[in-house]
Design a protein around this ligand. Structure first.
Ligand code: NI
Length: 298
C-alpha cells in the first residue's frame, strides 16, 4: 500500500465511498476513534468503535459516506444524513437539515488537512442547514468545526436538537455538543431575555455567560457590596448597568454609572466595583478575561 505523507497529500480526491470499501471504512473509524480513548466517558468508548454491521446499519439508515483518497488510498471518511424531520419548533426542531455523521481520518494522516477537504466538499454540496454532533470532550473536533464556520449551540439548544435529530441514549446527550453552520444557527438561536437570565443567577459577583460572538463573551452579573482592587493587563473591560447604580473606583477618581450607562475600564488600570444596593450589569469581554484580574488587588 503506497504511503501518504505531508509531502504528497496534495493529491487528494474526494468521492463517494463504494460498497466494497465498507470493511476498510469500518477499520478507518476504529483506527481514528482511538483518539477518543481516555477522553470521552469510559462507558461510551468501546472497541471496535464501529463494527462493520453497525456501519452498514448507518448506511441503511441513510448515511451517505464520502471518502478522501490520497494516492489511491482511502485515508478519511465523512458521512452526511438528510433528516426530513418537520418537527415543530416548539419541540426543538428546525425543519429539514443535513447532519454530518461519522467524520474520521486515519491516525497516520491526521493533521494534513484531509478532514478540512472532506468537510469543505460536504458544505459545498449541502442543500440544507447543517448540524454536527460530537463529544464535548473531543475539543480538537469542536475546534475543527469552529475553524470551518460552525458555531457551538447553547446547552438548552443542543439538548433539544440531539433529541429531535439523533437517536442516541440519554447518557450520550449529556456528554455531547452540537455545532451548527450559519444557516442552521439562524434557525436555532433564540433571543436572550435579561429577565429570564437574571432569574437563574443566585449569587452576587458570579457572572453568567449568556452569549458568545467573535471570541467575545456577553455575561450578566448581579453585584452588591465591594469587589477587590484588580487590573486586567491586556483587556479593556466594559461595565454596562442594566439596573441599579454602580460606582467604579479608580485610584484617582470614581465613575458612577446608572441604568443604560456604561464605562470601559482601560486595560492595565486598577479598578474596584462598589455598590451599596444590588446592581445588575452586562459585561462584554474576550473569553480569556479573568474576573479577578491578572494581579492581586493592592
Ligand atoms: Ni475587572
Amino acid at each position: 500500500m503506497p504511503s501518504v505523507t505531508a509531502a504528497n497529500v496534495d493529491n487528494v480526491i474526494i468521492r463517494p465511498c463504494r460498497p466494497d470499501e465498507e470493511p476498510l471504512m469500518s477499520a478507518i473509524v476504529c483506527d481514528a476513534a482511538t483518539a477518543y480513548k481516555g477522553v470521552i466517558p469510559a462507558d461510551r468508548y468501546h472497541e471496535p468503535y464501529m463494527p462493520l454491521a453497525e456501519l452498514r446499519a448507518e448506511i441503511a439508515a441513510g448515511v451517505r459516506f464520502w471518502g478522501a483518497e490520497a494516492n489511491g488510498v482511502l485515508v478519511g471518511i465523512m458521512g452526511i444524513q438528510d433528516m426530513d424531520n418537520a418537527v415543530a419548533s416548539e419541540q426543538g426542531g428546525i425543519g429539514n437539515v443535513t447532519l454530518i455523521r461519522h467524520a474520521y481520518v486515519r491516525t497516520a494522516q491526521r493533521g494534513l488537512g484531509i478532514g478540512g477537504q472532506l468537510l469543505r466538499h460536504l458544505v459545498r454540496i449541502a442543500q440544507r442547514p447543517m448540524l454536527m454532533g460530537t463529544w464535548a470532550a473531543a475539543t480538537w473536533a469542536v475546534g475543527f468545526y469552529q475553524k470551518h464556520g460552525f458555531t457551538l449551540t447553547a446547552h438548552a439548544e443542543k439538548e433539544k436538537l440531539l433529541r429531535v435529530y439523533w437517536n442516541i441514549p440519554e447518557r450520550q446527550v449529556e456528554t455531547s455538543v452540537v455545532l451548527a453552520d450559519a444557516g442552521a444557527m439562524a434557525l436555532v438561536r433564540e433571543k436572550v431575555s435579561a429577565e429570564a437570565e437574571f432569574a437563574q443567577i443566585d449569587a452576587f459577583w458570579s457572572p453568567r455567560l449568556v452569549a458568545e460572538l467573535n471570541g467575545q463573551q456577553v455575561k450578566f452579573c448581579r453585584l452588591k457590596g465591594e469587589f477587590d482592587w484588580h487590573a486586567h493587563a491586556s483587556e479593556d473591560e466594559m461595565f454596562w448597568v442594566l439596573e441599579g447604580e454602580l460606582t467604579i473606583k479608580l485610584r484617582q477618581r470614581d465613575i458612577v454609572i446608572g441604568p443604560n450607562e456604561f464605562y470601559v475600564v482601560p486595560r492595565g488600570v486598577e479598578h474596584k466595583p462598589v455598590c451599596a444596593d444590588e446592581c445588575r450589569i452586562m459585561l462584554f469581554e474576550p473569553a480569556a478575561t479573568k474576573q479577578y484580574g491578572d494581579q492581586p488587588g493592592a
